[in-house]
Design a protein around this ligand. Sequence first.
Ligand code: PXP
Length: 249
Amino acid sequence: MQAPDHLRLGVNIDHVATVRNARGGAYPDPLRAARLAEEAGADGITAHLREDRRHISDTDIEALMASLSVPLNFEMAATEEMQAIALRHRPHAVCIVPEKREERTTEGGLEVAREENRLAHFIAPLREAGCRVSIFIAADPAQIEAAHRIGAEVIELHTGAYCDAHAEGRIEDRDAELVRLREMSAYAHSLGLEVHAGHGLTYDTVGPIAAFPELRELNIGHFLIGEAIFRGLDPAIREMRRLMDEARA
Ligand code: PXP
């Protein structure tokens, strides 16, 4: 049994597919990585099916849905195509993210406040199908309030600005981002939302975020897949788990 304040680790396997797709063919296999991640203690697997299928493919999603024993968190843009795929598979969780074809990665959070009506209608059938709907947003009260109003159960706070500031040595910016994230995590929780976080997290940046008491889940991918080149996927994940537990203790 997990403790009620257990901080779940969702391992994002998108970039196993990135390496596979660099050559085409079948390896490295994201499903194999997902199984290994489960054995290493991942509480869930996260995969982002992009419109351009640059990493995870439709077949990967089918294989993950058929074989995983931990929940799949299906990241997707708020498009009709993705909604139909999610309704067909009914994954445990759906995370709605903004998506731009020209970006290298998900650059910012979703502008929920600007599209409240459309998003409310968009997520309703996903919730009715039993998917736990999460909205990936910046640590901004207006976005949190809008996510709450449209009926999302979960928000995922974008940690990219905090991680970028750390990587670039902008210490004041990093600390300001951390304060913002901490305050917004508490605010979202006070509204009754479940709070997750992710994007850009590494061994160096995970601790202060994992320490937020309201946080229930972190989703981490790119760094772990990169680190796996040097130490293997299993030890890379176990070390992240250890650092999360240490920060929580
Ligand atoms: N959470 C969300 C919503 C994301 O879109 C991503 C990146 O796909 C992540 C977490 C994981 O980010 P990273 O791969 O930088 O760890």
